[in-house]
Design a protein around this ligand. Structure first.
Ligand SMILES: Nc1ncnc2c1ncn2[C@@H]1O[C@H](COP(=O)(O)OP(=O)(O)OP(=O)(O)O)[C@@H](O)[C@H]1O
Length: 241
């Protein structure tokens, strides 16, 4: 399906379910989730451990497929899409940031970003240095992950997620492994990316972080329990947890 500018980064879920485990011992990670995310929104997903937050993010990002329901992400219908075509979708539309950075230990910061351009065929290798500078790492580009602090590694991960200019940035506990001050700096980068027009969906345990969202989705037992709109989202620099 052709993506129009209006579709850029928008999400629509209808009756989406995902079950893990066996027929004898099923684990209902998501139970009939309905959710709309408008292009350009910053949405935070809150909920206790096991409520289905990561599963929701992984389905929207095409890492996994739903068992039931309909998903449209960035103008693309993902329902019943085969894994190989989900990979295409991810390459074209999604940037991921994870709790534990997931950098390749044998590549430098710059190479960790550049390799994504090679793997996806999207973006421009020259943007790697530009993005690393934008996240404050101009003097660390040739360092390996082990030579970087956690916060610096997460900055590399954000540059890596953005190098393909994705429609949608998905972040799963991006501050979970960081101290508060470092985590706040990462949230500022996430917010900047959103203010530049990108849709952002971020999962966290920390209710304080939700202050920076346009909308907060509360999950419980695989369901959306409530959605709250915040007319004046806080600056990430002012968020505390
Ligand atoms: N690959 C898997 N195989 C089996 N069960 C899984 C799998 N992934 C998730 N689950 C189960 O699905 C439920 C929802 O998990 P999910 O990771 O989405 O929750 P979460 O809200 O992100 O939790 P946390 O905050 O602890 O990361 C949990 O009961 C979890 O154990």
């Amino acid at each position: 399906m052709e993506t129009t500018p209006e579709d850029r980064g928008g999400v629509r879920l209808r009756g989406v379910s995902k079950t893990y485990g066996t027929a004898e011992a099923p684990v209902h990670a998501l139970r009939g989730v309905d959710l709309d995310i408008e292009p350009g929104e910053l949405v935070v997903v809150l909920g206790p451990s096991g409520s289905g937050k990561t599963t929701l993010l992984n389905l929207i990002g095409g890492i996994e497929s739903a068992d039931a329901g309909r998903l449209t992400v960035a103008g693309e219908e993902l329902t019943e899409r085969q894994p190989a075509r989900l990979a295409d979708f991810r390459r074209q539309h999604i940037g991921f940031v994870f709790q534990f950075f997931n950098l390749v230990p044998t590549l430098t910061a710059r190479e960790n970003v550049e390799v994504i351009v090679e793997l996806t065929g999207r973006g421009d290798r020259r943007r790697a240095a530009e993005l690393l500078t934008a996240v404050g790492l101009s003097d660390r580009m040739d360092h390996f992950p082990a030579q970087l602090s956690g916060g610096q590694q997460q900055r590399v991960a954000i540059a890596r997620a953005l190098v393909t200019d994705p429609d949608l940035l998905l972040a799963d506990e991006p501050t979970g492994a960081l101290d508060t001050a470092t985590g706040r700096a990462i949230l500022e980068l996430v917010q900047r990316s959103n203010r530049e027009g990108r849709t952002v969906l971020m999962v966290t345990h920390n209710a304080g972080i939700a202050a920076m969202a346009h909308r907060v989705v509360h999950m419980r037992d695989g369901r959306v329990e409530s959605v709250e709109r915040q007319s004046v989202p806080a600056d990430a620099a002012a968020v505390t947890w």
